[in-house]
Write a protein that binds this ligand. Structure first.
Ligand SMILES: [Ca+2]
Ligand SMILES: [Ca+2]
Length: 324
């Protein structure tokens, strides 16, 4: 009788242990399932956000192509600068803007060692923006084809002795953030740089006088005393259909006509998509519009750059606080 009772006790303990283990396993399975479902939902939401962003990109490319076939100039009054949001996103929102990259100084023009206007303009622009005086020669050495170091510049020898050595690109820069290799700067400084300086896939220096800020146009000019004329020029609405028609009003432009344009070939799309309460996608697409036929090509896409929107734009991104 005693043996039977002992066996019954062991059996009861085994049942209790099995029930306990089963309970723990069930808890883990449910937790894992919940995590997997959450992960799948997030991935699906992220993929949907990307699809919406790519849809916006196609829409903008079509608008730029239409615009290119129209007027002979690009200005802030153009459709590409005043685009309505093309479609609604269920349980989400979006912001978009198109930037004329030819409103900025093309730092890849420094790759041409003969282009002294580009070199001097970059120096003046960096000084005006408050950047270190070595930034211009360092950038020039980064993109010029030789390995001869300019005064205050940097080629392979200068960077070979750093803790993390690297070599100069000696080719056109693909992205302005390459400056962080040879001129480390804070995010805010890079943002300020990006407002005025870009890198286009060409060594040609060509600035659209209809869209360029005064700072960029003034940097192109040799004589700083002309600055007030340029500032007054940029304060008015500009939609000149030829460089000469602008030069006839602002005489200092005649000395830099070779570097001025009224129509642009390169644009950048910034789009931010918010979905639900967890998904945010920022996309930057760079577009080339051929001056011969107006075909638009997307040649660069960046999903790692976060966009800042003005106060009004931020407000329309529902629940933005969650994403800070
Ligand atoms: Ca070089
Ligand atoms: Ca060099």
């Amino acid at each position: 009788m005693k043996a039977k009772r002992r066996n019954a006790g062991v059996a009861l303990l085994s049942v209790v242990a099995i029930a306990g283990i089963t309970g723990i396993l069930a808890y883990h399975i449910i937790t894992m399932q919940t995590l997997t479902i959450s992960h799948s939902e997030l991935s699906l939401s992220q993929e949907s956000a990307l699809s919406y962003a790519l849809g916006v990109e196609t829409f903008v490319a079509e608008k730029l192509a239409e615009d290119g076939a129209g007027e002979a100039f690009d200005a802030f009054t153009d459709d590409w600068n005043n685009l309505e949001i093309p479609f609604e996103i269920p349980n989400g929102s979006m912001q978009l803007r198109v930037v004329d990259l030819m409103s900025k100084f093309n730092a890849n023009s420094l790759s041409d060692p003969e282009n002294t206007v580009a070199q001097q303009s970059m120096e003046r622009l960096c000084a005006e923006l408050g950047f270190d005086a070595t930034l211009a020669p360092k950038f020039q050495d980064w993109v010029d084809g030789d390995t001869n170091t300019l005064p205050n510049g940097g080629e392979d020898w200068e960077y070979a002795i750093l803790d993390t050595p690297f070599r100069t690109a000696n080719q056109l820069s693909f992205d302005i953030t390459e400056v962080s290799y040879f001129a480390p700067m804070y995010r805010d400084a890079i943002k300020e740089l990006e407002k005025h300086i870009t890198v286009l896939p060409t060594p040609t220096l060509a600035v659209n006088l209809n869209t360029a800020p005064a700072t960029v146009l003034i940097a192109l000019l040799h004589d700083p005393q002309n600055a007030p004329y340029i500032e007054a020029f940029t304060e008015e609405e500009r939609s000149f259909d030829s460089v000469q028609s602008a030069s006839s009003i602002v005489a200092p432009f005649t000395e830099i006509e070779d570097y001025l344009r009224v129509k642009s070939d390169y644009f950048e799309l910034h789009v931010t998509i918010l979905m639900g309460d967890r998904t945010r996608l920022d996309m930057t697409s760079t577009l080339y519009r051929s001056p011969f036929g107006g075909d638009v090509t997307i040649y660069k896409r960046d999903l790692a750059r976060r966009h800042d929107w003005n106060e009004e734009g931020e407000a329309s991104l529902d629940g933005l606080g969650i994403y800070q």
